[in-house]
Design a protein around this ligand. Sequence first.
Ligand SMILES: [Zn+2]
Length: 437
Amino acid sequence: MDCGLYQGNDDEFDTFNEEFLFDPKELDCVILSHAHIDHSGRLPKLVKEGFKGRVYSTHATRDLAAIMLVDSAHIQERDAYYQNKKKKGGPKVKPLYNVTDVQNTMDQFLCIGYNRWLKIDEECDIMFRDAGHILGSANVTLRIKKDNYHDIYFGFTGDIGRPDRPILRDPRSMPECDYIICESTYGGKLHNSTPQDENNLLEVIQQTCVEKKGKLIIPAFSVGRTQEIVYMLDRLANQKKLPKIPVYVDSPLAINATEIFQAHPECFDKEILDYMHTDPNPFGFNNLHYVRSVDGSKRLNTSEEPCIIISASGMMNAGRVKHHIFHAIENPRHTLLVVGYCSPATLGGILRNSPETVKIFGELKEVKMQISIMDSFSAHGDQQEMIDFLENQDRKKLKKLFLVHGDIKRQKTFKEVLEKRDFREVVIPELGESFKI
Ligand SMILES: [Zn+2]
């Protein structure tokens, strides 16, 4: 289930990406819940090290993974190049994989739609259901033959999304399972506003771009968050509420991802499908410009016109958005709108706390631009939404619930809450720990 790349800065996981805790040649298959790099990012390394089986995913996940893994390979090749340039002697830094490894990986994909069982083995069927997290995201159920009369149901939540989010259908719970591996990102946490928050966004645009004639910089993940914001702006433009200012999507990956969104209306919810009756392109309006070239991006750095810039990376630790922030941060006319989680060590994580100064590209900068936060865009269900997702489970049938994908504090809180709700055995596994079921 999934094969992610660790992307944080913790020293504890410094070498985590380098080595698998098992032999890739011995795996029968991989089941991929969604395309986010922390779930898919080491697939090419798995293939490079001898994995020959199939990778099962939904169609949209496969298409997103294709562009995201190529992007990941490019980033790694570039990082290795710069690290080697800095390095004096010693062994060379090597990327985990390259674009050829990604191409080989894509040959091993086999795609299936939602809500149907597919036989993947004499004794095992698989089914994907909507996760409501990103395009193509799914939770996974395995139906494993125990004997002639009994099956074992094994569930994997992947990342649990949220109901009422733009574009995607709501999460759909898994069938009643015997065992579940469950994420726990927002254990102990409740999101403070509803997923669709157009008025807040409009207010920030009005204050920054109209009243102060400044730039509104929105760091956003290229896949998912960018399309949600563009769709929201598209709706505001159609309602004639959006001020007449240019909007730039400055990220080549986001542009490619938007094309993939357009190719997968089978993942859309009713609301956006209805919307497309009157506006066939929910990701494009008159003042919206997609910026591919580096020169185009650089022009935005120094331009003085009031505008909205949506750019990656979401955590601001790399990518074009870092340059936009570098140029705008000492000017109180501009606003940085943080729309997603940023791990504490990243530039985004630091700026979320509105510090007085910050170091960017080695230069100490005063933080004078306004910093606003809108957490309502989160693609991860909060604690209550995760509980709602698990509520249909038969507490007597469910023998073990394993908590993964969350820091240990959140996992412990979530475990306590689940136990109060009669989930019998909630287990927080150690890295590399094995269980017999
Ligand atoms: Zn995810």
